[in-house]
Design a protein around this ligand. Structure first.
Ligand code: FES
Length: 150
C-alpha cells in the first residue's frame, strides 16, 4: 500500500517552502506522478499557493502531473547514444505509439520519456522499458520490442 502524502510530508519541515522540490521528488518517487490531491496537501503543509506548486512542477521536466502508463519507456539521448543516432529513433517511437516524447499513450499502455545517460553507453543507442534494457537499438527493432508489452 502506498505511503500517505501526510507521511511523506512528515519528513519535511512544515512551512519551509525551500523544501518544495525535495517534497515533489519524494511524492513522485512514491506515486509515479504528482496528483491534484498531493498539490493541495503540499500547499497546506508549506503554506504556499497551489498555483506556485503547479508553476514549479511544470517548469521542471522531471515532474509529471499525470499518472504514467503501465510501461515506461526511457529512450536515452545522452551523448554516447546521441552520437550513435538515438535522435533518429525518437520519431519512430512517436509514430509507433502515436504520442509525443514526454506523453502517455491514449490507452495508458506506455509513457515515452527521453532521458540522459542510462549508464549503459557501451550498448548505445539504448532504451529501457520498465526493468528491461535494449542496446544497439535500431529503428527496425522497435515495433517488435513494443509488442512484448501488453
Ligand atoms: S549516453 Fe546513453 S547510456 Fe550513456
Amino acid at each position: 500500500m502506498p505511503t500517505k502524502i501526510s507521511d511523506i510530508l512528515s519528513h519535511f519541515t512544515q512551512g519551509n517552502s525551500s523544501e518544495l522540490i525535495p517534497i515533489l521528488q519524494a511524492v513522485q518517487a512514491e506515486y509515479g506522478f504528482i496528483s491534484e490531491e498531493s498539490v493541495y496537501e503540499i500547499s497546506e503543509y508549506l503554506n504556499i499557493p497551489s498555483s506556485k506548486i503547479y508553476g514549479v512542477a511544470t517548469f521542471y521536466a522531471q515532474f509529471r502531473l499525470q499518472p504514467p502508463g503501465r510501461h515506461v519507456i526511457n529512450l536515452c539521448t545522452g551523448t554516447a547514444c546521441h552520437v550513435k543516432g538515438s535522435e533518429k529513433l525518437i520519431p519512430v517511437f512517436e509514430q509507433e505509439l502515436k504520442c509525443k516524447a514526454g506523453e502517455t499513450t491514449k490507452d495508458g499502455r506506455f509513457t515515452l520519456n527521453l532521458v540522459a545517460c542510462l549508464g549503459a553507453c557501451a550498448l548505445s543507442p539504448v532504451v529501457n522499458i520498465d526493468s528491461d534494457f535494449y542496446g544497439n537499438l535500431t529503428a527496425g527493432e522497435i515495433k517488435k520490442i513494443l509488442r512484448k508489452y501488453k
